[in-house]
Design a protein around this ligand. Structure first.
Ligand code: CA
Length: 230
């Protein structure tokens, strides 16, 4: 269930929004002035904010601007009684996602909330994806520095994970041994030249040989390729 914070000083409107949105399945909280609104936004419990512009103590623009400055990235939909273009422009300037002029149809607000929530969850997914690499049942979670196959957590060293990350990020691309060495061990690496072969063998022994997969393909005369077709 999504949490909506309604920041609106007009009690009848706040109440109406609460009733309608609760009916739609949202969990509602209300703040009646700008300062209370900002502190509730900063407490990080809301998934989306409906923010009136004309508010006591601190107006909606200031609340929105302050929240964005503090790194709040949830959707904020601004409301105003005035059909004023300068409000609209100002709202987007301070980082609002959308804008509605009162009076509005509740259905339209709900539709816009859904769009804004969808957009923000997509943005979160893609930012999360950068650190979580997947190929079938194989997952490399760089937030936790943990590799797993299905529900098995793999026992891997840091270097093995770095190599796995490099290979997975270049899925289905043949990488030369030189490139791999440079990337994982650095330009000035002066150890064994077959270090890549050794580490690929480690990865195979921990993944391919155990789970009967064939992620680590030898590309003859070149090097290796992490192979996975969706
Ligand atoms: Ca107001």
């Amino acid at each position: 269930m999504k949490n909506v914070l309604i920041v609106e000083d007009e009690k009848s409107i706040a109440r109406f929004l609460q009733l309608e949105l609760s009916h739609e399945g949202y969990n509602c909280d209300i703040a009646y002035d700008g300062e209370e609104g900002l502190s509730k936004i900063l407490s990080n419990t809301a998934d989306i904010v409906i923010l009136d512009i004309m508010l006591p103590k601190m107006n909606g623009m200031q609340v929105c601007e302050e929240a964005r400055k503090k790194g709040v990235d949830i959707p904020i939909i601004m409301l105003t009684a005035r059909d004023d273009v300068s409000d609209k422009v100002g709202g987007f300037d301070v980082g609002a996602d959308d804008y509605m002029t009162k009076p509005f149809a509740i259905e339209e607000l709900i539709a816009r909330m859904k769009v804004a929530l969808k957009k923000s969850s997509k943005a979160n997914e893609s930012s999360g994806d950068e650190n979580i690499l997947r190929a079938g049942k194989l997952t490399l979670d760089l937030n936790r520095f943990e590799a797993s196959y299905g529900s098995d957590v793999l026992n891997m060293t840091k270097k093995e994970m770095e190599l796995l990350e490099y290979l997975m990020r270049n899925k289905n691309i043949a990488l030369s041994r030189e490139k791999i060495v440079e990337h994982i061990w650095g330009y000035d690496y002066e150890g064994e030249t077959n270090v890549t072969d050794v580490y690929i063998r480690y990865l195979r022994s921990k993944i391919d040989n155990v789970y009967n997969t064939s992620y680590f393909r030898t590309v003859r005369g070149i090097g290796y390729m992490f192979e996975y077709k969706e």
